[in-house]
Write a protein that binds this ligand. Structure first.
Ligand code: SAM
Length: 288
């Protein structure tokens, strides 16, 4: 079987099908086998692993995932590509290519089909849609064991940011509430065709056990509101969201957060404490 993730094989496939990379689909094809193998090894955790791949492109990562996994289900939006994949992956019997926008996929339906396997997600993500894709997975509540995905380095830094750093924001807090996140591979820009303007990073997300008393439909807006205007104090942002600055002062004091701090200095545990403090009152407000 010929390795797809090399400069010469990629060029050969693109020329054979008269293909060009479509920018609006975020197409940058991997041409470095070593990187592709590392991603696959991090993504596939057992030999009874079913991998959902987002955007197989011409099959560079798919081919390597198929080597390690029991089964690969690859969702591709570009209608030119199923024909190409049927050719490039002709020797991979455990790959199923589906022409479909990943945003339309029902993840619960897939995980229900494989109750005895580890279902994981892997991708070299189309950069234009990184955050919506991850939040679709986070919010699906499907039984996904882990997510291993490549994204633009700057975006990865936001997901993975620690408190008090310049990249720490609502996205970091919410992601770290839902998952344990870590960087597993650094990827330079010169391993793609076409070469993007930025470096990339592969992050791995493992779902945490959920805190059963936290209603995400209240917790997530609270976190987002506290970061609404970065230069403002937490009192100002939080007070505006509550529409009651005096109450905001009391809540912050009750949980030991100085009202003059900014949200970027607050830990996940502090946000959870603030949530728990307001939750009872909020229920009363809603039910009145
Ligand atoms: N996996 C290939 C690789 O690593 O060489 C291609 C990665 S390329 C960065 C992103 C791929 O995602 C492209 O093939 C693109 O057509 C596909 N794509 C873009 N938006 C998509 C969507 N909403 N659903 C499924 N695939 C999508």
């Amino acid at each position: 079987m010929k390795t797809i993730a090399t400069p010469s094989r990629t060029k050969e496939i693109l020329e054979k099908f008269d293909l060009y990379a479509k920018k609006n689909y975020g197409q940058n094809f991997l041409i470095e086998q070593g990187i592709v193998r590392k991603i696959a090894q991090h993504a596939v955790i057992s030999d009874h692993c079913v991998v959902i791949e987002i955007g197989p492109g011409i099959g560079a990562l798919t081919q390597m995932l198929a080597e390690y996994a029991k089964h690969v289900i690859a969702f591709e939006i570009d209608e030119r590509l199923p024909e190409v994949l049927a050719y490039s992956l002709q020797d991979c019997e455990n790959v199923e290519v589906i022409l479909k926008d990943f945003m339309e996929v029902d993840l619960n339906e897939i995980t229900a089909k494989y109750p005895d396997d580890d279902v994981v997600i892997a991708a070299n993500l189309p950069y234009y849609i990184t955050t919506p894709i991850l939040f679709k997975i986070f919010e699906s509540n499907a039984d996904i064991k882990r997510i291993t995905v490549m994204m633009q380095k700057e975006v990865a830094e936001r997901f993975n940011a620690t408190v008090n750093s310049k990249d720490y924001n609502a996205l970091s807090v919410i992601t770290q509430y839902l998952t344990n996140v870590r960087q597993v591979v650094k990827v330079p820009r010169n391993v793609f065709n076409p070469k993007p303007n930025v470096d990339s990073s592969v992050l791995q997300f493992e779902f945490k056990k959920k805190e059963s008393d936290i209603r995400e439909e209240l917790f997530f807006p609270l976190v987002k509101a506290c970061f609404k205007q970065r230069r403002k104090t937490i009192l100002n942002n939080f007070g505006e969201w509550l529409n009651d600055k005096e109450k905001a002062k009391i809540y912050l004091k009750d949980v030991g957060i100085d009202e003059n701090r900014r949200a970027e200095s607050c830990t996940l545990d502090e946000f959870i404490a603030l949530y728990r403090r307001i939750e009872h009152d909020h229920i009363c407000i809603c039910e009145d």
